[in-house]
Design a binder for this molecule. Sequence first.
Ligand code: MV4
Length: 504
Amino acid sequence: MFKKILIANRGEIAVRVIRACRELGVASVAVFSDVDRAALHVSQADEAYPIGPAAAHESYLNIARILDVARRSGAEAIHPGYGFLSENSGFARACAQAGLKFIGPPAPAMELMGSKTRARQAMQAAGVPLVPGSARGLSLPEAEALAAEMGFPVMIKAAAGGGGKGMRLVRTAGELKPAFATAQSEALRAFNDAEVYLEKFIENPRHIEIQVLGDEHGNLVYLGERECSVQRRHQKVIEEAPSAVVDEDMRKRMGAVAVQAAKSAGYTNAGTVEFLVDSKRDFYFLEMNTRLQVEHPVTELVTGLDLVHLQLRIAFGEKLPFRQEDVALHGHAVECRIYAEDPENNFFPSPGKITRLLRPSGPGVREDSGVYEGWTVPLDYDPLISKLIAYAPDRAAALARMRRALDEYFVGGIKTNLPLFRRILEHPDFVAARTDTGFLDRLLASRPAPAGADGLSAIAAVSAAIFAAAAPQANGSGAPQRQAPKDAASTWKSAARREGIERQ
Ligand code: MV4
């Protein structure tokens, strides 16, 4: 095994990789920006090195600085986590050039999947079912002809896009021309590549993805699916394994397709094949994510495998230690992404100091956190503070466990999306697994449950009144109040725009 690796990331995913290193006897090297000097991943690693200012392009995206730390520390390999440099094939190539193993897929596989049109061509040739549409960039007349042939609605997508960026829905023939021009100029601006293509629009699909894992000796397996339909603005909010709509037969077929997709791309290490699933449960390849994903823990819990251990072993050149027929799924796992954001204020990021932190634990609860009490969540990066994962023998028990864990969870000093999860987990459609990609928007568009309907709000109000009366010196809440700068949200937003921060 490697003796020492560098983790080119921060927050909960850096901590997650450091834990795997500790378990495998691998020394870990953290890197940190100026605002992350006191971050959790820095104190958990065996060594830590500063790599520059808060702005990601000067630190966590600074390839030269990161490679310099790898050289100085004697690291043999680099784990990129997710986001930042994880899907940057130039970084993977630069690692190889510097004699470092990139813990991820080969650069050509990253490049193939990075181009949605190239990926569609390759997948079509491999016999993978695609959403009907074109497999190459189109001119406006070609798009008009194809849309007329397929019928509306259609989607215009940027070849260099993905994850919902650079998409445009077109419902009627009259909208196509202006939408095409906008899509092209947006793609050019965002990706420096104006190429766009067309797909038939699938109404209210489910988003279901298959985890794959391949070694460098030609062995590839799938590790079941994750149901990721509960999302808002292309940001996943809750993920589960298994999906309630995938039965054994469908899992086998999707798994075989995912393995075929990965094989034809020359893929190794951990990856995810995303599918859209329509109301008839027909599935279509959407894109492949060439990284370890945020939601990998739900797969770990139902398979009993440690995906980060396996990533390191594969990168070191080991063979997969099991075959497809050895992979068995047990129980049900659900993950909530806990963000420092304000559900009352359009989910604007809510960075600041965590003044109090009570974390859930107990049977079937896993919390992958990147924060601690007293830490100030910086406004410079994605505001994911932790992932709460519940595991139980079946879905109903896993949801009950998650509700219990959410009740144990308290984060003071900053706003979080914790209240949203309580609403989702009580919603009859979620409980019945009637969740397509429109579920959360519908829930948010409906009025929130009347205050006090459960009696808890009344209890809280009485408690607060008693507490305020008993603590006259306090400011009414009894807790120190963080005064958010008036422009906190807009500062974060403009910084995000500058840095091109995107969530995973
Ligand atoms: C689609 C689609 C419907 N039809 N493509 C959004 C993210 C990006 N990866 C692709 N996305 C979609 N592509 C066709 N032809 C609907 C979506 C979509 C979606 C996909 C996955 C998860 C959530 C979504 C939310 C809205 C739209």
